[in-house]
Design a protein around this ligand. Structure first.
Ligand code: FES
Ligand SMILES: [Fe+2]
Length: 373
């Protein structure tokens, strides 16, 4: 069957099945998408003190994200400049003031400079400055750490402001959520047996919300009819619903920057390539999507609350966590079912996005364009 891709038709082709399982295409995505764009790798407040570090993977690289003596976050490839041994091996930790390679004991300062190399450092023919750790561009945006493996990347705003402005034409309206000030109330990590793109595509449409998310549709009735998550308008809580929680009751004060009319809205925003923002009246939820293999994805879901809310003696995030944990599990179930169909001959040339999903084709075009570069 041939599916029309005429620009006037809202019935457009999906990507062919191989985009969701072929190791060669996956490797190309790692190189041309995840190694050229700003990629989110976690929260800045998780690396709190000088010498604290975490290891993260971006593209094909393992990277040390570390806070230096001046309390600045920096990122370096986790590779010794002598003979290439991996330097740090624990996923996270606290270093005393230097990074030392086990092999021949070359030692680097927390700023990446080579400060020790037995028997060669005082050899005047040795250009010590050329053997510092290989630095990776890092920016903190709204409390999130973003890395970019490009040599000279454009500022992160050039990547992120566009998608945010699609929902908030005035960026100051978005800023009033104060995401960077919020703290982690709960994290759940999900291991999903599907390609990373299926997670993003699923988030981009609500055609599935009626059949898959009855509890969500009770809170946000606009979604029952398949309103798109990335529709330009926000979804509004149903009459009688106080907050986006499993019980529909409010157990936290609204975020302090929001106007009363904004406290009943839900916004979903995709920040390609790997962040899904969910803005609610009393908390913010962030999904960070980490591709692990062509058919494996880890999603870390962070529920963020205002520090004053979290300081309250009776603070309990359970109600807010339970609703989105339920939605997440419903979503992952169908993402995994979809993954199972990708290798079938029935999906060799792909499927179809219906009118309520046709905007997802923009994401597919973005992926294909990146892979062609
Ligand atoms: S490989 Fe690191 S010191 Fe030799
Ligand atoms: Fe969903």
């Amino acid at each position: 069957m041939t599916i029309s891709t005429r620009s006037e038709s809202p019935f457009v082709s999906t990507l062919p099945g191989r985009y969701y399982y072929d190791p060669a295409l996956y490797a190309l995505e790692q190189e041309r998408i995840f190694s050229t764009m700003w990629v989110c790798v976690g929260r800045a407040d998780a690396i709190a003190h000088p010498g604290s570090y975490q290891l993260v993977n971006v593209g094909q690289e393992n990277i040390i994200v570390i806070r230096n003596r001046e309390h600045i976050l920096q990122a370096f490839l986790n590779v010794c400049r002598h003979r290439g041994a991996r330097l740090c091996t624990e996923a996270k930790g606290q270093l005393k003031g230097s990074i030392q390679c086990r092999y021949h004991a070359w030692t680097y300062g927390l700023d990446g400079q080579l400060i020790g190399a037995p028997n060669v450092l005082d050899d005047e023919r040795f250009e010590r400055a050329e053997f510092g750790l290989y630095r990776v561009a890092l920016e903190v945006w709204e409390g999130l750490i973003w890395l970019n493996l490009s040599d000279d990347p454009a500022p992160i705003a050039s990547q992120i402001n566009g998608p945010v402005q699609e929902r908030f034409s005035d960026l100051s309206d978005f800023a009033r959520y104060g995401i960077g000030e919020l703290q982690l109330g709960k994290r759940i990590s999900y291991d999903i047996h599907c390609n990373w793109k299926l997670v993003l595509e699923n988030f981009m449409e609500c055609y599935h919300c009626g059949p898959m998310h009855p509890e969500l549709c009770q809170l946000l009735p606009g979604y029952k009819g398949g309103m798109a998550y990335i529709d330009s308008s926000a979804a509004t809580l149903a009459d009688g619903v106080e907050a986006f929680s499993l019980s529909g009751k409010a157990s936290h004060p609204p975020l302090p920057g929001l106007r009363p009319d904004e406290q009943r809205l839900y916004y979903g925003i995709v920040l390609e390539p790997n962040v899904l923002l969910n803005l609610l009246g009393d908390h913010v939820l962030i999904h960070t999507v980490y591709p692990e293999a062509p058919d494996r994805t880890r999603v870390e879901c962070d529920w963020l609350f205002h520090p004053d809310t979290m300081a309250a003696e009776d603070f309990d995030p359970t109600d807010a966590v339970e609703i989105f944990d339920l939605i997440n599990r419903q979503d992952w179930e169908v993402c995994e079912l979809t993954q199972q169909g990708m290798t079938s001959r029935a999906y060799r040339s792909g499927g179809v996005y219906v009118p309520k999903e046709h905007h997802i084709r923009t994401f597919c075009d973005f992926v294909q364009k990146k892979l062609e570069q």
